[in-house]
Ligand binder design. Structure first.
Ligand SMILES: NC(=O)c1ccc[n+]([C@@H]2O[C@H](COP(=O)([O-])OP(=O)(O)OC[C@H]3O[C@@H](n4cnc5c(N)ncnc54)[C@H](O)[C@@H]3O)[C@@H](O)[C@H]2O)c1
Length: 343
């Protein structure tokens, strides 16, 4: 077990790697812990969770809503949970987004931590303090930025993770490589997904590296004014297609990254050979790079994006693999590029 502590907006966030769920005892006695999880994890891990009070909601992005938040809060009230309790979200990104939000608003905020159980949550969703829910098709429209006290990495949960969810998480790993780390990009080129599933050392190394990349960016810019915007590479179009086309988050971001590379060629002379390398890497990790696009629906959703001002949106482009830049781009330019790639 190794613990790294990061300071984000004057709050200490512990990352406890190679841990087990039992290490929760370092943060609170079992009778003070309330686990909140989805019904898949609750069923698969009932034994591991048996020492704690557990609140369960139905898994899935379509349940990342205010209604689920309200139901959880009703249960917290019924259980008479007070401000001394420790709330722990155990699950994928849907769980960590909802639980962080619940814990940051229930009784004006309780201490909380996460045990991420998907690759995507381990390398991305559990990190950085962005919590919240969707409103209809609009992603993450309501939420807070409040940091967890700890993120506990218990890799034994991954033994039950379906392969499609491994691919989903590797989309965010490829994203980090594209915006920040050309060396990790070439390491990924030399491996297949199965190598990471089978080789525990390879997996823990890449997870720790990705956690460090995300935390360093978030520590510089918690409120997403500048540096943190880079993490949205692939997400502007990705978010718009995720809910409208009912794709997994990482799959939608993969399509969004391919699109962002093509737009980068047009706007900042990103080398087309580099676009080909990014698309090839996404395919190597069995991620989609195209989809049937409903351009009007995507533009409608992009217009509601938090990064839009007037007729422009701050869009993350690549100038090279490992080097991102942000440009204000007219929404109409995005529409034209979407029409071009979908015709
Ligand atoms: N807050 C952030 O910074 C941030 C960053 C990236 C993504 N996100 C959000 O994360 C969400 C996507 O997260 P996700 O891909 O982890 O999805 P998810 O939470 O829906 O999990 C995917 C599926 O895997 C199941 N599952 C989880 N762990 C499992 C395990 N160990 N074994 C078996 N099944 C398991 C879940 O029950 C679910 O059915 C999206 O809502 C996205 O917006 C948030």
């Amino acid at each position: 077990m190794t613990t790294y502590s990061y300071n984000i907006s004057n709050q200490k966030v512990d990352c406890i790697f190679d841990a087990t769920i039992n290490q929760l005892e370092n943060y609170a006695p079992a009778n003070a812990v309330v686990i909140i999880t989805d019904h898949h994890i609750a069923a698969l891990y009932s034994q591991q969770l048996s020492a704690y009070r557990v609140i369960t909601f139905v898994a899935g992005e379509s349940n990342k809503t205010q209604s689920t938040v309200d139901q959880i809060i009703q249960q917290l009230i019924l259980m008479e949970i007070d401000r001394e309790a420790l709330i722990v979200g155990v699950g994928g990104g849907v769980v960590t987004d909802i639980v962080g939000f619940v814990a940051s608003i229930y009784k004006r905020g309780l201490r909380f931590g996460f045990i991420p159980t998907t690759i995507l949550a381990m390398v991305d969703a559990a990190i950085g303090g962005k919590n919240g829910v969707n409103v209809g098709l609009y992603k993450n429209m309501v939420g807070t930025i409040v940091q967890p006290s700890f993120i506990l990495f218990d890799y034994t949960f991954l033994q039950t993770l379906p392969e499609a969810e491994w691919r989903n998480g590797f989309a965010e790993i490829i994203k980090h490589a594209c915006i920040r780390d050309a060396e990790m990009f070439s390491n990924l080129q030399q491996h297949q997904l199965i190598d990471y599933i089978k080789d525990a050392k390879l997996l823990t190394d890449i997870i720790q590296k990705n956690v460090a990349i995300k935390l360093e960016i978030v520590a510089q810019d918690t409120l997403e004014k500048k540096e943190r915007l880079f993490l949205n590479f692939g997400h502007t179009v990705g978010h718009a297609i995720e809910n409208s086309a009912q794709l997994k988050h990482g799959y939608a971001v993969a399509i969004g990254m391919a699109f962002a590379c093509q737009l980068s060629e047009k706007i900042i002379d990103f080398n087309p050979n580099e676009t080909a390398k990014v698309i090839q890497l996404l395919k190597q990790y069995q991620l989609p790079t195209t989809a049937d696009l409903d351009v009007d629906m995507i533009i409608n959703l992009v217009q509601a994006d938090k990064k839009r001002t007037g007729k422009e949106i701050r869009f993350v482009l690549l100038s090279a693999i490992g080097d991102a830049s942000i440009q204000a781009i007219p929404i109409e330019t995005i529409r034209a590029q979407l029409i071009e790639i979908s015709s």
